[in-house]
Design a binder for this molecule. Sequence first.
Ligand code: TRP
Ligand code: SF4
Length: 328
Amino acid sequence: MAKQKVVSGIRPTGKLHLGNYFGAIHNWLELQKKYDCTYIIVDWHALTTHYKDTKELQENIKEMAIDLLSCGIDPKKVTLFVQSHIKEHAELFLLLSMITPLGWLERNPTYKEQVKELASKDISNLGFLGYPVLQTADIILYDGEVVPVGKDQLPYLEVAREITRRFNYLYGNTFKEPQSLLTETPLILGTDGRKMSKSYNNTIYLSESAESFDKKIKTFITDPRRKRKTDPGDPKDCPAFQNFHKRFMNREEQAHITEGCTKAKIGCLECKTRLLDKMTLWIEPIRSKRKELSKDPGQLYTILEDGAERAKKVASHSMSRVRKALNL
Ligand code: TRP
Ligand code: SF4
């Protein structure tokens, strides 16, 4: 049986941090094992909010590609490319915009939420309002059947489904309606214990130097009750443990640490040093792959061109169907 088709996108707005990794990329790595995946670096989507200053756009695209490939996104298994390399996304976006009622966009909870959240940015632009329309084009151009989404993005996928239904109703059955695959987006805390986010300045990047990475882990906030080694604490109240020990240590090791922490038999620095040993095993291969790709941008661009070439075939086939359906 043919594998089901997954489509997903990521906006190249900066380097990936551990919050992004455990929120999205970890999931992409799982999906590529079972599905026929199309992963898009959506630079046009990045422009919907970051349109004023585009100086860093190319660098961000490159860094995103390096991050994804270093983490293990496998270009032999998935189709990985840059959205703006395939102009069909723009053409389909335009045509879909004709059949999308403004109300669907203006009343969308994700839209309203984002407008509130990004109040400091001027996003009263047509491009941002049309964000889910462009996203719909991304998905149906590649016959996406399954789209992994976090809860906050669900309303955008609902719009994608509605637009697809309306297209099929108006012009004849052309596209499969994409289904959402609700994925858990774990809350990853930053070095200060708040949600890890660029805007809080509490991030740990995948591309961090070993030295700085180690330092950030070693000084990562722990249970505040453990001022001295003799003060007992609880891993449940320890941001470091909740973020990392839970992910990098097995049950036995976790139980051992819980015992040491609650009975004040182990200090936080020692506890995090043990953690760091495990994290280093995980991140070392990512670092060396990153080094290899950074040294040889040719290899990187070949991968992206190859991805675009494969995407282009599918997208142009979809667009011939669309033009035919619309009598264009
Ligand atoms: N909206 C998604 C996000 O911010 C990015 C995205 C763009 C996307 N196009 C897509 C996701 C198509 C899934 C499918 O994370
Ligand atoms: Fe956290 Fe470990 Fe310190 Fe306990 S001993 S507070 S689990 S770092």
